[in-house]
Design a protein around this ligand. Structure first.
Ligand SMILES: [Zn+2]
Length: 113
């Protein structure tokens, strides 16, 4: 029993070590500074007129050579083009994520088969 216990314990220790390294990385990622979302003058990405702009982050997926990659795209939109309603977020963001997840699963399956 002693041998089994030792092996089990060392395996467990290795796993928890790996886990703590991962969560340490996550912490660093979370602590990285974010751009302040202050409005500033510029050209709107949608209507191309000069106005006070705010930054909006959207997640987009691009596919090249059968490989899917996710990226965060920052769009600068004026007040007129800004997605200001809660309904916009509810309607578009989760639907896009679902589609992305579905696509990702498809590509993941292809990769595995
Ligand atoms: Zn605009």
């Amino acid at each position: 029993m002693g041998l089994f216990d030792n092996r089990f314990a060392s395996k467990n220790a290795a796993m928890s070590r790996a886990f703590s390294i991962d969560s340490e990385k996550d912490k660093q990622k979370r602590n990285s500074p974010r751009e302040p979302a202050a409005p500033k003058m510029g050209i709107c990405d949608k209507c191309h007129k000069e106005a006070l702009l705010r930054s909006y982050r959207t997640r987009e997926m691009s596919v090249s050579d059968g490989a899917a990659s996710f990226g965060t795209v920052v769009k600068h939109l004026c007040e007129d083009c800004a997605p200001r309603s809660k309904r916009f977020e509810d309607a578009n963001v989760p639907a896009m994520d679902k589609k992305q997840v579905k696509n990702l699963m498809k590509f993941a399956k292809k990769g595995l088969l």
